[in-house]
Each structure stands twice: as structure tokens, then as C-alpha cells.
Design a protein around this ligand. Structure first.
Ligand SMILES: [Fe+2]
Ligand SMILES: [Fe+2]
Length: 480
């Protein structure tokens, strides 16, 4: 399928053949642009940014790089090619041909799933909209905007599905996606973590490492869907998501590397001494990790969930790498271990596997996060410092599910998984989570560095640049 890059809405879904849909999307487009101007990156809308734009789904060359003004970015609609003879691969409909239309009985469930996924995309753009003002380098600023425009494209991807398959209801959902606002008291975004602030670059890197990775796992589960257009849409979104995770992981690695270099130079890892040198102490980095990890774990939902069970038996949302798992893909008699409190500690309860879909996806996600943390620790070891990053227990600082601290009779859990008293929590939680003082310190380091070749003191330079360009000595952003 060929793509006309000069189309108003670049696409590989033959939008031109569906006048009604094209008109609906062209009607939505100016509202999207209004939203982008109002809630997108603040202050850089007239500058030229070195961005990649998706122009096809060819794995060998799906993107084009060049300087563009963000409002002129070509947000397009791309689905991976249809797989001949694809089946529903799990749940009650296993073995039936995959659906190209929405099954009537699942219409509202599917619409909700797509809306919730869609809502996270503009939310993260809103959360990150002030970060350009404090970027540590042009390379980083460019990466921020790249992530932002691609989250915008992910919104397009979900709105396409809503418009094409859900008629008037879908169009209404599409409009509502532009009306909610991250952190707004009256019209908040749907999920908790997407209403938190991303106030500084350390938060941004953790957001892209930790929370975009939740995106990866949600998209991967939806990429298994029996509703084929959703599966194909999510598969392509995952291609872009990989870069967001890269930005996060290498961002944190560079912060750790810089702190480690300074620690070696001054001969101590003492937090105050490191702060005097203008770098972020290891303890603060660890606290940010604890925070972002715990609020993101909540995004997976309750350990035991009938909704999640329904999504699975209906064939709408699968497990991570569903087709690679060696079992019957119906799970009628299977169990899955979920955490529970047993007199004073955290134990395990085996529950019907189909009800534990959220927990299973959360566990798969945890494995992936751990790998990244392990790579950071290897780097720290090489540098010769003592400090290591540790991933908190999955029941630490939770607000959703069995360990929701807001519920009566739910105990507090320390990062190491010990159940602790209210008093210990009150006394020690600022050792585990960023305090106002930590935030203020990190904020004090944030100053804009926007000359090619330069970089802020608190972060190491990137090792490689974007699209073969030099890491620092390149005008990734041209200011107008
Ligand atoms: Fe996204
Ligand atoms: Fe993302």
C-alpha cells in the first residue's frame, strides 16, 4: 500500500475511499490542532525541530527525518498489514477468524478499552508541556518533542478506530479526548498516573522509562486482540514506543553516570557532597524510581478483576506475547499467584488465572523494568561506585487493589516488601519517596541549555546522536 505523504492526513488505510470517515477526521483535525496549540509543548511551536515522521510501516524504513515546526507535523494513521487468515487466539472465540468489524455484543466494552488507551496519549503531552524551558541539551529537547508528537499520533490512531468503527458514539469519545486535561479537578484524565505532574527532567526520564513501558505492555496485550484493526494499530504504535523507552532508559543512565563520575572525582557518595557539586545524589534518583514505579503499577488495575477476565474471555485483550505461551489460551482450570496479606507479611494466593490478567501483565512488566535497572547497575559497577538502584516491592506505595493504602485495614508496605506500621510509614516515607526538598533540589538544577555542543552539569552527554547526527554538536532545534 502506498502512502501519499502530502495528504492532509497521511495514512495507509485508504482514507480517500471512505468519504464519510475522511470528513469526520478532517472535522476533528482542527480541534486537535487547537488542543496541540493550547496544551502541547509550551513556547516552541514556531521553531524547527529535527523530528522523525512515520511515513509507512515498512520495518526497514518507516520514518523520515527532517526539521519541522511541530504544528506542521504530519500526524498520520498507520496500521501494520493485515495478516492473512489471522484468528482470535484466546478466550471463548479462540479459533474463529479475527474480527474486522466490532462484534455487536462487545461494542461498548471495546469502545471503553480504546478510549482509556487513547486518553493516556494526550495526557502525557499535557504533563510534559513545560519541560522545553529547562532542557539539559538540544538533543534532549528534540527527544522530548519527538515523544510528544508521537503521543499525538497515538491519539490519532485511537481516534481513527473510534471514528471508523463506533459511529456517533465514537466521534463523541474522540471529542472528549480533547476536552479532558491532565490534573484538572473537574475534567481529569481517566487514569491516576496521567494526572501527576512531570515537573522536571528527572521525572521525564523516569516517566518515559517507567510509564511509557506500561504503555508498551498495554499495547502489546491489545496487539493480541481478536478485533484485528485494534491489533494492527497497536503493533505499529509499539514501533514508536521503543524510542520513548530508549529516551527514558538512556536518560537515567546518563544521570547516574554523571553522578558516579563526580562521586569518583570527589571521593565520596555522600548526598550532600554530591549536591554541592550540582549533581543528583543516588538517594534522590532512587526515590524518583520508587515513586514512578509504584504509581505506574497502579495503572494495571486490581489484582483480581472481572473486567480483565471479561476482556480476555471475550477475545479483546490478550496476555503479553499470548501466542508464544504454551497453554490452552482459555485458562478455564488454571490458577495464577497474586499477593495477599497473611498475618504480618505478604504471601501468595492462587486464584483463577482468568481473573488475574492484570496481575500477570504487571508481573511481565516488572521483569522488563528489572532488566533496565540491571543495566544501570552494571554501568554503576563499571564506574566503580558503591551505589545501586533497587526496584521496590510491587505492593509498595499502592493506591489501587489489595494494597491500596487508602483503604481501612490495608497495611503499609516498605520498599523491601515488609509490612510496616502506620507510625513507621509516617516517619520514614520521605526516605523512600521524593520529599518537597528533593523536588526543590532537582528543580534548582533545571536550567535551559540550548546551544549546540553544550550540556547541563547534572547529566552526561549522550553517546550517539539521532539519525547519525552528532550527539551534541548539531542543531536539533532551530529557534525562530
Ligand atoms: Fe503512546
Ligand atoms: Fe510513549
Amino acid at each position: 500500500m502506498s502512502i501519499n505523504y502530502t495528504d492532509k492526513i497521511p495514512n495507509n488505510v485508504e482514507l480517500g475511499d471512505d468519504r464519510k470517515l475522511q470528513r469526520a477526521l478532517e472535522h476533528w483535525q482542527p480541534r486537535y490542532l487547537d488542543w496541540w496549540q493550547e496544551m502541547g509543548p509550551e513556547g516552541f511551536q514556531t521553531d524547527d525541530i529535527y523530528l522523525r515522521t512515520a511515513v509507512s510501516v515498512d520495518p526497514k524504513g518507516w520514518a523520515q527525518f527532517g526539521h519541522v515546526k511541530m504544528p506542521d507535523y504530519r500526524w498520520g494513521i498507520f496500521l501494520t498489514p493485515q495478516e492473512e487468515g489471522r484468528m482470535v487466539n484466546f478466550g471463548d472465540h479462540k479459533g474463529q477468524p479475527a474480527w474486522n468489524e466490532v462484534p455487536g455484543e462487545y461494542r461498548s466494552t471495546l469502545r471503553r478499552i480504546i478510549t482509556v488507551q487513547g486518553d493516556t496519549e494526550p495526557a502525557s503531552v499535557e504533563q510534559q508541556r513545560f519541560l522545553g524551558a529547562t532542557c539539559p541539551s538540544l538533543y534532549d529537547m528534540r527527544n522530548l518533542f519527538q515523544v510528544n508528537v508521537e503521543e499525538g499520533r497515538h491519539l490519532w490512531a485511537m481516534v481513527y478506530l473510534l471514528h471508523k468503527y463506533f459511529g456517533r458514539d465514537g466521534r463523541e469519545e474522540g471529542d472528549a479526548l480533547l476536552e479532558r486535561r491532565s490534573g484538572d479537578e473537574n475534567h481529569p484524565r481517566i487514569l491516576g498516573a496521567f494526572n501527576e505532574r512531570t515537573p522536571d527532567w528527572l521525572s521525564f526520564f523516569f516517566f518515559t522509562f517507567i510509564t511509557d513501558r506500561d504503555g508498551k505492555y498495554q499495547l502489546a496485550a491489545l496487539a493480541e486482540s481478536g478485533f484485528d484493526p485494534l491489533a494492527r494499530t497497536c503493533k505499529f504504535m509499539l514501533t514508536e514506543e521503543a524510542h520513548h523507552l530508549f529516551v527514558g532508559e538512556t536518560g537515567i543512565a546518563r544521570v547516574l553516570q554523571r553522578t558516579a563520575e563526580v562521586a569518583k572525582k570527589i571521593g565520596t557518595e555522600d548526598p550532600d557532597a554530591l549536591r554541592k557539586e550540582g549533581v543528583i545524589d543516588f538517594q534522590t534518583i532512587q526515590k524518583y524510581l520508587n515513586f514512578h514505579y509504584s504509581v505506574t503499577l497502579d495503572l494495571y488495575g486490581s489484582e483480581i478483576s472481572t473486567n480483565a477476565a471479561n476482556f480476555y474471555t471475550m477475545g479483546l485483550k490478550g496476555r503479553f506475547e499470548e501466542t508464544k505461551i504454551d497453554d490452552d489460551h482459555q485458562l478455564k482450570d488454571d490458577t495464577y499467584p497474586v499477593p495477599m496479606q497473611t498475618n504480618g507479611s505478604i504471601g501468595i494466593e492462587d486464584v483463577a488465572a482468568v481473573t488475574a490478567m492484570n496481575e500477570r501483565l504487571r508481573d511481565d512488566y516488572e521483569v522488563d523494568v528489572l532488566k533496565g535497572v540491571g543495566r544501570w547497575n552494571k554501568m554503576l559497577e563499571k564506574t566503580g561506585v558503591e551505589a545501586r538502584m533497587v526496584l521496590a516491592h510491587k505492593c509498595f506505595n499502592r493506591r489501587v487493589g489489595r494494597f491500596d493504602m487508602g483503604q481501612p485495614d490495608v497495611p503499609h508496605v516498605a520498599p523491601d516488601g515488609r509490612i510496616i506500621s502506620e507510625a513507621e510509614w509516617t516517619k520514614r516515607h520521605t526516605e523512600w519517596l521524593p520529599s518537597d526538598g528533593d523536588h526543590a533540589y532537582v528543580a534548582s538544577l533545571m536550567g535551559q541549555v540550548k546551544e549546540p555542543g553544550k550540556i547541563a552539569n547534572w547529566i552526561a552527554p549522550p553517546r550517539v546522536g539521532i539519525d547519525g547526527k552528532p550527539p551534541l554538536d548539531f542543531e536539533y532545534v532551530r529557534f525562530n
